[in-house]
Design a protein around this ligand. Structure first.
Ligand code: AMP
Ligand code: ZN
Length: 665
């Protein structure tokens, strides 16, 4: 078998496994076997870049950076939906429909998924474009980001029309959302408010590798285009499924509004068992011919109607307000409630967000409060039943002191949150910083968990993360639940963290606003901790994507004497505080100040390698051509629209050899 066949077979197999795993939820091979195949394909693709394919399963991991999302006019407008709230509304709608069309009317009932709408364009079975809804007429080109979502097929199965658009919703399932928030809290960042906003925010991230890390899902429900050979909405869904799309199985074909209502009632309860958020039902006239006869109003189709579920609300009593302290010292007020059943779970606590929120709703201990569960997982208090308020009730006075250490709380101008300023003496802050340091994405210290950290701090064995490196087996063996073996694992795990590369160390230090991505950017730019520590604010904001807020926080952290001392100690212990020599050797400033757009297929290096070479040598890679572009590096099959734009803006086009020559290759 020749190489090309081998590559194609691997791609085909990986696509099928991907489909089985993500769309059907029925994997037929182990994750390990999948990884082996993927690595094999990656190896071949690197070696034989001539077989590059923009829709190869290896490109799911992302890595493309989009600075400015290109605006695209939808071929077919993306409409909104009319809303109904009662059986009467639905019956009215049915009457209007029946007046306008002939014959019997069937309906497809679907769930209304609460996410971000998207329009995908396929040509000859390949995904060529993904565009956000925008204002319905035009949206943003977010193709690079969408390609990383595993349930979006890059190539279709079976027999499909040569060209069509398919619309649906990008959603973030509950468990993935919860996991992301846990990680954010670990990084000292505010948790995201709800899955829907997080999903739509994800589509506009500049770094597609970041999107790839988010557990997004894509549910599709509408096919548009010309001469598609489809007769009904229900058939469209079935066809979409056959082509490899995730078209929700919850949809149902019915014959009357009574059946629609039965569907609504069923899902109003059952939706709480779904992995993602829904906020209603969408009822669509099933026949596409009938849909055409009905047409559109200025904003919505006449052939469809949304029925909104009522947000679930219960009344219960607020017994106490307590305050939680995070690792950054941020205080979160928590409502402790008389337990009550809400949307299938027992609710005992609700988030109160901050002091302003409590004051705005005038929430008081003893009140009867209304609790709702929206997109957020933690329920929230939306109001107070003032009629039931006791006469002797007292307005809530926000905590003045830290519940953990007693220090007076502070609140910075313009910030909603209160903070405990006792950086060095407040247990959840001290333990929290060390817990962050050892966490998986930071130093990934095996054999040491969050509870053990708290115990070590309480026992006075450690006060900061540098102290970890002084711990001996004998220190930890006396701890509760520690045995010889686990003590040894702990000490070994700490020792091994000395190999963790600088960018992760920088993230682990816990500088506010310095998450994984910012840490990478800083390391790439400054190369050593000393350079970062001495950088001026002006200097810092000149780094790509570093704004004033981050610059201030970085400066504040490193000008602190205690932190400086910690860093000196980490240096002594042999922690990586510089970019490795190997990485450094590949970096130059040869292309500084130049912006490149890379397009087409290359032979001597792969496209990704080429981009990496640009960045490693100080240049910038941009995905779209603009007046800021210095060169376009063009391989074979450069897109015609890019060529046209380049000519119009008179941007120099160079080939692979000319580019490599610039780097002396
Ligand atoms: P609204 O934003 O309330 O006007 O509702 C319209 C939006 O609902 C559309 O833009 C879609 O993004 C979304 N939607 C969710 N599920 C469906 C569905 N099954 N059919 C049509 N639209 C849906
Ligand atoms: Zn405190």
């Amino acid at each position: 078998m020749d190489i090309k066949q081998q590559i194609n077979q691997l791609r085909e197999a990986l696509r099928e496994h991907n489909y089985n795993y993500y769309v059907l939820d029925k994997p037929t091979i182990s994750d390990y076997e999948f990884d082996v195949k993927l690595k094999e394909l990656q190896g071949l693709e690197n070696k034989y870049p001539e077989f590059y394919d923009a829709n190869s399963p290896t490109l799911r991991v992302g890595g493309e950076i989009t600075k400015n999302f290109e605006t695209i006019v939808h071929d077919h407008r993306m409409y909104s939906l009319d809303n109904s709230y009662s059986k009467e509304d639905l019956l009215d709608w049915e009457t209007r429909v029946k007046k306008l069309v002939d014959g019997d009317v069937q309906y497809t009932c679907e769930l209304k998924y609460d996410g971000a709408s998207i329009s995908l364009t396929y040509e000859n079975g390949e995904l060529i474009r993904a565009v956000t809804r925008g204002d319905g007429i035009q949206g943003d080109n977010v193709t690079n980001n969408i390609k990383t979502i595993p349930t979006v097929p890059l190539k279709l199965k079976g027999e499909y029309p040569p060209k069509f658009d398919i619309r649906g919703e990008i959603v973030l399932p509950h468990d993935g959302f919860l996991k992301m928030n846990e990680e954010r809290i670990a990084a000292g960042e505010e948790p995201y408010a709800n899955p829907r906003n997080t999903a739509s925010g994800s589509l506009k991230l500049q770094d597609s590798a970041e999107v790839a890390r988010r557990p997004l899902d894509c549910l599709l429900y509408n096919i548009t285009g010309n001469n598609l050979g489809l007769e009904t909405q229900y058939e469209s869904l079935e066809k979409a499924r056959a082509w490899g799309f995730k078209a929700p199985q919850e949809s149902k074909l019915v014959n009357s509004i009574e059946e629609v209502l039965a569907y609504v009632n069923y899902w109003d309860i059952e939706r709480h068992n779904l992995p993602y958020e829904t906020d209603g039902v969408v009822i669509k006239v099933n026949g596409l011919q009938q849909q055409e006869e009905l047409g559109f109003t200025s904003k919505a189709p006449r052939w469809a109607m949304a029925y909104k579920f009522k947000a679930e609300q219960v009344v219960t009593q607020l017994n106490e307000i307590t305050y939680q302290v995070g690792r950054t010292g941020a205080i979160t007020p928590v409502a402790n409630l008389t337990p009550v059943q809400l949307a299938g779970t027992v609710v005992k606590r609700a988030s109160l967000h901050n002091a302003d929120q409590i004051a705005k709703l005038d929430i008081r201990v003893g009140d009867e409060v209304y609790v709702e569960k929206g997109g957020e997982i933690i329920p929230k208090i939306v109001g107070v039943n003032l009629e039931k308020r006791a006469e002797n009730s007292i307005a809530t006075e926000y905590a003045s002191d830290c519940p953990e250490c007693g220090a007076p709380l502070e609140r910075k101008d313009g910030e909603a949150q209160h903070y405990c300023p006792n950086y060095n003496g407040c247990l959840p802050q001290i333990a929290g910083r060390i817990q962050h340091y050892i966490s998986r994405k930071a130093m990934d210290i095996e054999g040491l968990g969050g509870e053990t950290v708290t115990l070590l701090v309480k026992e006075g064995l450690i006060k900061n993360y540098a102290d970890l490196y002084m711990l001996t087996k004998d220190d930890v063996i006396p701890l509760e639940r520690m045995a010889e073996k686990s003590a040894e694992n702990l000490v070994n795990g700490i020792e091994k963290s000395k190999e963790i590369p600088f960018e992760r160390v920088l993230f682990a230090l816990g500088v506010r606003y310095v998450g994984e991505t910012v840490a990478k950017k800083l390391v790439k730019h400054y190369k050593t901790i000393d350079a970062i520590m001495t950088a001026t604010q002006e200097d810092l904001v000149n780094v790509d994507e570093i704004g004033i807020k981050i610059a201030e926080s970085v400066q504040e952290f490193f000008s602190d004497q205690d932190n400086q001392e910690l860093i000196s100690r980490l240096k002594v212990y042999g922690i990586q505080l510089e970019m490795s020599a190997e990485k450094l050797a590949n970096q130059t400033e040869t292309l500084k100040g130049l912006t490149f757009v890379v397009s087409g297929v290359f032979y001597r290096v792969s496209r990704n390698e080429l981009k990496k070479m640009i960045e490693d040598n100080g240049g910038k890679v941009s995905s779209s051509i603009s007046s800021k572009t210095t060169y376009i590096v063009a391989g074979d099959k450069m897109g015609p629209s890019k060529l046209e734009k380049a000519n119009k803006l008179e941007i120099e086009i160079i080939n692979e050899d000319t580019f490599l020559a610039k780097l002396g290759m």
